[in-house]
Ligand binder design. Sequence first.
Ligand code: AR6
Length: 203
Amino acid sequence: MKVKDLIEQYGPDAIIPVPVIAKPDKLPQNQPFLVKADITTLEIDCIVNAANNSLMGGGGVDGAIHHGAGPCLLEECKRLHGCETGEAKITNGYDLPATLVIHTVGPVYDESRAEECEAQLKKCYENCLALAMKHGVHSIAFPAISTGVYRYPALEAAVVAVNVVSEWFMNNPDYGMQVIFCCYDEEMQEIYMNAIDITQRLK
Ligand code: AR6
């Protein structure tokens, strides 16, 4: 069936563009993309680390980034004196293929203060993008911040991520940024597709 026939049958709202899943070197700008990858393998300007308040390393994506970057990253992190939840700090990428790492600290999810957690997660994405722009970054990859050890429900977290990035593109149409949502597995990729679907329906 052609797109035109689908629109006739179901109406324009039923057609939801699925994001292109592409290799980072083929990404056009001003549109976020999903990539299923280990974030430490991406050869781009900047990758984002889902760190903790100490910035002294940990498990999950934080552990993988420190492992990939080597011990100089920890040495630089020691000089940053931690990071508040929702804030972001930048370092070099050392042995990583990415030039820079932005460390942000997502909220530890707690259902009884869900609104506060959402505001903090939103701040993570906003602060990372602002810091990236300040440092002349033109390609940035985000992991699904807070959705692992910090237990933020993945779909809700992905909706926050997609909304903040969409708003950022609306506010910065001429900057030229490639934003990659780096999903560690297929399940997370599906979740991001659903999040994009949900955010488009709510527009
Ligand atoms: N590449 C991309 N995504 C990854 C990778 C990777 N190499 N490894 C894990 N993920 P988490 P959080 C995904 O737990 O929930 C650390 O110990 C993973 O599947 O890394 O923000 C810190 O030091 C999940 O979807 O981060 C903190 O103490 C997502 O990354 C705490 O964990 C985030 O999972 C932060 O917890």
